[in-house]
Design a protein around this ligand. Structure first.
Ligand SMILES: NC(=O)c1ccc[n+]([C@@H]2O[C@H](COP(=O)([O-])OP(=O)(O)OC[C@H]3O[C@@H](n4cnc5c(N)ncnc54)[C@H](OP(=O)(O)O)[C@@H]3O)[C@@H](O)[C@H]2O)c1
Length: 398
C-alpha cells in the first residue's frame, strides 16, 4: 500500500515532530490524498491539542494526565472527537486501528503507547529514540514477533535506512552530528550556559529535551545506541563525525570501499514524509537542498573531553541493555533539572556518570545483565531515575 489511503495516528501531536507531521499530512491532503487520522495524543498542552484536532479531525484524542479529562473534554467540545486521559488512554491511542503510527512522545513516557502500536503489527515511524534506547533488544524482538515495521524518523537513521541496500556487506556506519550550539565553546563557557542558550540549536528547531541533548552530544550518543539496536551493528562499527552543515545525514561504508549517503536540508518533514510514504515517496515541499549555497561540507572528529556523553553512551552500549536503559533514564532526570535551572550544564553528564556508578555498585546489581522483561526495564528505569534525582539534589544543594 502506498501512502494514499493510509490511516495514521500521532503520539505526541503537540510537539515539534507532531507539528511537522501535521504539515506533511496537510500537504498530502491538499494534493487530494485521503489521510484519515485515527488518534492523537498530547502531554499537557490542551491549546495546541485543540488546534491539532481542528486541522486533523482525528476520531480519538488523549492527554497524559488523568486529572485533565474534564478540561480536555471541555476544550474539545464541539469537535467530533472522543476524548481520553491518562496512561491507558495514551496506550489506547497506540492500539487503535491505524496503518501508520508516529511515535513522537519525548522520553520513556513514549514506550507503552508505542508498544501498543508494535503489538498490533503497525507501521511505526519512530522519532522517539528514548523508547528504543530504554527497551532495546526487547523492543526490537517485540516488533519482529508481532510483525510491526519500524521506520526510523531520526534524520541520521532515516538516512541509513534509505541507503542500507546490502546490510550484510556493510563495513561500518557513520552518524553525522551538527555539533550543537557549543561545538566551539570552551568548557568554562559551557559551565555557565543557560537553558535558553543550550536550546538555541544552530540547524534544527526541536523540543527542549532533544535540544539540550544535542548541546551535550548525548543526543548523538543515544543515536549511537539507537543505530546499534535498530540495524544490528556493534558499537565498534559505528563512528560519529561532526558535520556542522547538517546536510549529509549519515554514511554507510560498504566492503568494496563504496560509501553511500543521503543528503537533504535539515527539515524533519523529509524523513517524516519518507516514513509515511514508504516504500513509495511522496511529493512534499520541504526545504530543497541548494549545494551551491551550502558551499563547503566540513567534517571533524568529536572532542571527547568536552563532550563526555559520547563515551558514556558507548560504554553503556558495550556493557548491556540494562546500562542503556539506566543511562537514558538518568539523562532525562538530569536534563529536566538543567531546564529548571537547578543544576549547571556540565552537571548533566556528571549526574549520568555518577548514577551509572551507583547502579553498577549497588547491592541489587541492577545493571549486571540485560533485562529479560519489560517489568525489569521499568525497574532499572526507576532505580536510575531515583539515583539521578538524589545526585541532582545534592549538586543543587552544594
Ligand atoms: N524535533 C526533532 O527535530 C526531532 C528529531 C529527531 C528525533 N526527535 C525525537 O522525537 C521525540 C519528540 O521530540 P520533539 O522535538 O517533538 O519534542 P517536543 O517538542 O518536546 O514534544 C514532545 C511531545 O511529547 C509530549 N509529552 C511530553 N511528556 C509527555 C508525557 N509524560 N506523556 C505523554 N506525552 C508527553 C508533549 O506533549 P505536550 O507538549 O502537550 O506536553 C509533546 O507532544 C523525542 O524523542 C526526540 O528525541 C525529535
Amino acid at each position: 500500500m502506498t501512502h494514499a489511503g493510509r490511516s495514521v495516528s500521532i503520539l505526541g501531536v503537540t510537539g515539534s515532530i507532531g507539528e511537522s507531521t501535521i504539515q506533511v499530512i496537510e500537504e498530502l491532503r491538499a494534493q487530494g490524498a485521503d489521510v484519515p487520522v485515527e488518534a492523537v495524543t498530547a502531554g499537557q498542552n490542551l491549546k495546541v491539542l485543540v488546534e491539532a484536532c481542528r486541522r486533523l479531525k482525528p476520531r480519538f484524542a488523549a492527554v497524559s494526565d488523568p486529572t485533565q479529562l474534564a478540561a480536555a473534554r471541555e476544550a474539545l467540545a464541539g469537535l467530533p472527537v472522543e476524548v481520553g486521559a491518562g496512561p491507558s488512554a495514551l496506550e489506547e491511542a497506540g492500539a487503535r486501528p491505524s496503518d501508520w503510527v508516529m511515535s513522537a512522545i519525548v522520553g520513556a513516557a513514549g514506550l507503552a503507547p508505542t508498544m501498543a502500536a508494535v503489538r498490533r503489527g503497525a507501521l511505526v515511524a519512530l522519532a522517539n529514540k528514548e523508547c528504543l534506547v530504554c527497551a532495546g533488544p526487547l523492543f526490537i524482538e517485540a516488533a519482529r514477533a508481532h510483525g510491526a515495521t519500524l521506520l526510523p524518523v531520526d534524520s541520521e537513521h532515516n538516512a541509513i535506512f534509505q541507503v542500507l541496500t546490502h546490510p550484510e556487506r556493510v563495513e561500518k556506519l557513520t552518524l553525522t552530528a551538527s555539533g550543537g550550539p557549543f561545538r566551539t565553546a570552551t568548557r568554562e563557557a559551557m559551565a555557565r550556559a543557560t537553558p535558553d542558550e543550550a536550546c538555541k540549536h544552530p540547524r534544527w528547531s526541536m523540543g527542549r529535551k532533544i535540544s539540550v541533548d544535542s548541546a551535550t552530544l548525548m543526543n548523538k550518543g543515544l543515536e549511537l545506541i539507537e543505530a546499534s539496536y535498530l540495524f544490528g551493528f556493534p558499537s565498534e562499527k559505528i563512528d560519529i563525525l561532526i558535520h556542522p552543515e547538517s546536510t549529509v545525514h549519515s554514511f554507510v561504508h560498504y566492503v568494496d570501499g563504496s560509501v553511500l549517503a543521503q543528503l537533504a536540508s535539515p527539515d524533519m518533514r523529509v524523513p517524516i514524509s519518507y516514513t509515511l510514504a514508504w516504500p513509495d515517496r511522496a511529493a512534499v515541499s520541504a526545504g530543497r537542498l541548494d549545494l551551491a549555497k551550502v558551499g563547503a561540507l566540513n567534517f571533524e572528529s568529536p572532542d571527547l573531553s568536552r563532550f563526555p556523553a559520547l563515551d558514556l553512551c558507548r560504554n553503556a552500549l558495550q556493557r548491556n541493555a540494562a546500562a542503556t536503559t539506566a543511562l537514558s533514564a538518568a539523562n532525562e532526570v538530569a536534563v529536566d533539572a538543567f531546564l529548571e535551572s537547578r543544576i549547571g550544564f556540565l552537571d548533566i553528564c556528571r549526574i549520568v556518570e555518577e548514577a551509572m556508578t551507583v547502579l553498577e555498585e549497588g547491592d541489587a546489581g541492577l545493571i549486571a545483565k540485560s533485562p529479560s522483561s519489560f517489568a525489569e526495564v521499568v525497574a532499572v528505569d526507576q532505580a536510575a531515575r531515583a539515583a539521578a534525582q538524589r545526585i541532582a539534589a545534592n549538586l543543587a544543594a552544594a
